[in-house]
Structure formats: structure tokens, C-alpha cells
Design a protein around this ligand. Structure first.
Ligand SMILES: Cc1cc2nc3c(=O)[nH]c(=O)nc-3n(C[C@H](O)[C@H](O)[C@H](O)COP(=O)(O)OP(=O)(O)OC[C@H]3O[C@@H](n4cnc5c(N)ncnc54)[C@H](O)[C@@H]3O)c2cc1C
Length: 247
């Protein structure tokens, strides 16, 4: 956890961007000084538990975070800064409304203007390598917010291919940048299975390649190994994060 206390924010509005994805726009005085720009910026989000109006948040202290006594601890999950607009004082987070009944997705589904949530300082280390001849970007729905920020940051004159798994055509989104985007529909297959197949079956042009991949953890682990062992990518050129576990 960061040494800075989480920022308490309020929902300004929310909007369905596809049938299974909701964009929640957060705002508040505590957003001042937030540094959410850049590709793939991750935040911890602190959600109130039932019965709480605001989530309990820890006070930053030199020996580690100190939680308020007698208050239930929040549900904490990791999300992506989809958009931060310092001028408008707004932070957008896109939530997948998955069927797993988790507290984060449930909170987003019900989010109303004025609802409270807290966010940590953003982290994340991905930067496009200027010496790269091909960028490969791989992800599922949960990764789409980060994929959008990654594609935005890629140089327009270097080829980029994105393999993106979503439930069906209704979950495809317009994405920034010039990448060759290859949508894969899950249908009734297990999460990650069609994505792994699409990447394995693809012909990739030769050249120094950098890869960014995120999604279901087992799929990410499998594809990271594929990129390193079968495609021969350099370990330092593969930036992989498991975002959620199917079981
Ligand atoms: C760096 C990082 C960035 C992330 N950014 C985003 C983001 O911008 N948007 C986003 O939606 N998610 C994002 N995630 C994924 C998100 O943190 C997880 O999906 C998280 O588990 C959701 O919390 P929850 O409380 O809804 O469900 P949990 O309580 O964590 O899980 C409850 C059940 O739901 C299942 N489940 C969780 N997620 C999914 C899913 N996507 N599909 C199907 N079943 C699921 C679990 O297997 C579990 O059985 C990110 C994760 C990481 C690590």
C-alpha cells in the first residue's frame, strides 16, 4: 500500500458503455494532485461494505497503514484509470459487470451520484519500448480499459496487433490508435480459451516485439509462456498481469 492515504471520492455519474461494462465517473476535492495519466495506471479501490455510507480508509503512517478502530474494513479490488481529466476534476473507471457476484462489480452496478468510494495512488510500470518493431497487446474485457490507454500510448508508425476477447460482438468497443484489432468472441467457451487459441494461431511479423497482456490469470500465464518459449520474445519485453481468477 502507498504511504499516501487513499482519496475519498464521490460518484458524479455512471453510464453503460456496453451491455456488460459500466463507466463510473468519480470526482471530489481529494482528486487534487492525482497523477493518473499514462498507459496502464492501476489503482486500488476501497468499496464500502453493506451498512456503510463511506468505506473505512487507513491513515498513512510510517509503520504502515493504520485502520480506524471499530469500523469494518472495505472490500479492496484493483482497477484501471481509464481517463483522468485534471481540468474537469474527473476520474473514469470502467467496470465489467461479471456474473461472479463480487463486491466491486455489485457496487458499480448500483452506483448513484453521491456514492462514496476511495482510490489509492496509481501504479504501473509499462512504457512502450522505442526500439520495438512490433507491439502485441492481448487482453479480455477487464483489460479493455488498460488496453485503450496502452493503444493510445503506442507510436503510430510502429505496427501493433491487439487480440481482445469479449463475450460477444456487443462488447466490442471503439479503441484509439492504429493497431490491427482482432476481436475474439467467447460465446459459451471458458474465459481465455478462445483468446489463447487466437494468439497461438496467429502469424506475427518478424522483428523485435514487445507484448502487453492481461486477463484471466491462467490464460495470462499460459500465453506469457507461449510468447517466451515458442515465440522467443525477450523476458523484459513481455509485460503480463493476471487480472482475475476463474476459480
Ligand atoms: C492491474 C489490474 C487492473 C484491473 N483493471 C480492471 C478494470 O479496469 N476493469 C475491470 O472490470 N476489472 C479490472 N481488473 C479486474 C478486477 O480487479 C477483478 O475482476 C476483480 O476480481 C473484480 O472484483 P469483484 O469484487 O467484482 O469480484 P471478486 O469478489 O474479486 O470475485 C467474485 C467472483 O467473481 C469472479 N470474477 C471476478 N472477475 C471476473 C470477471 N471479469 N469475469 C468473470 N468472473 C469474474 C471470480 O472468479 C470470483 O468467483 C483489474 C485487475 C488488475 C489486477
Amino acid at each position: 500500500m502507498s504511504t499516501t492515504a487513499p482519496r475519498l471520492l464521490q460518484v458524479r455519474r455512471s453510464e453503460r458503455i456496453t451491455p456488460r461494462m459500466i463507466r463510473v465517473t468519480l470526482a471530489g476535492d481529494e482528486l487534487a494532485g492525482f497523477t493518473g495519466d499514462g498507459p496502464d495506471r492501476r489503482i486500488k479501490m476501497f468499496f464500502p461494505v453493506p451498512g456503510q455510507e463511506r468505506p473505512a480508509i487507513p491513515r498513512a503512517a510510517s509503520g504502515g497503514p493504520v485502520w480506524p478502530a471499530g469500523e469494518a474494513r472495505p472490500a479492496i479490488r484493483t482497477y484501471t484509470v481509464r481517463r483522468f481529466d485534471a481540468g474537469a476534476g474527473e476520474l473514469d473507471v470502467d467496470f465489467v459487470l461479471h456474473e461472479g457476484h463480487g463486491p466491486a462489480a455489485a457496487w458499480a452496478r448500483e452506483a448513484q451520484p453521491g456514492n462514496w468510494v476511495a482510490v489509492s495512488e496509481p501504479g504501473g510500470r509499462y512504457v512502450p519500448d522505442p526500439g520495438t518493431e512490433l507491439h502485441v497487446v492481448i487482453g479480455d474485457e477487464t483489460a479493455l480499459p488498460a488496453v485503450a490507454t496502452v493503444l493510445e500510448a503506442l507510436p503510430g508508425d510502429v505496427p501493433a496487433i491487439a487480440f481482445l476477447e469479449v463475450a460477444d460482438a456487443g462488447e466490442e468497443q471503439d479503441l484509439p490508435g492504429t493497431a490491427d484489432v482482432r476481436w475474439v468472441h467467447r460465446g459459451d467457451q471458458e474465459a481465455g480459451v478462445p483468446l489463447a487459441a487466437a494468439v497461438r494461431d496467429a502469424q506475427l511479423p518478424p522483428g523485435r516485439t514487445q507484448a502487453w497482456l492481461s486477463g484471466e490469470s491462467a490464460c495470462v500465464k499460459d500465453l506469457r509462456k507461449h510468447l517466451l518459449d515458442e515465440r522467443g520474445l525477450d523476458r523484459r519485453a513481455v509485460y503480463a498481469t493476471g487480472y482475475w481468477r476463474a476459480r
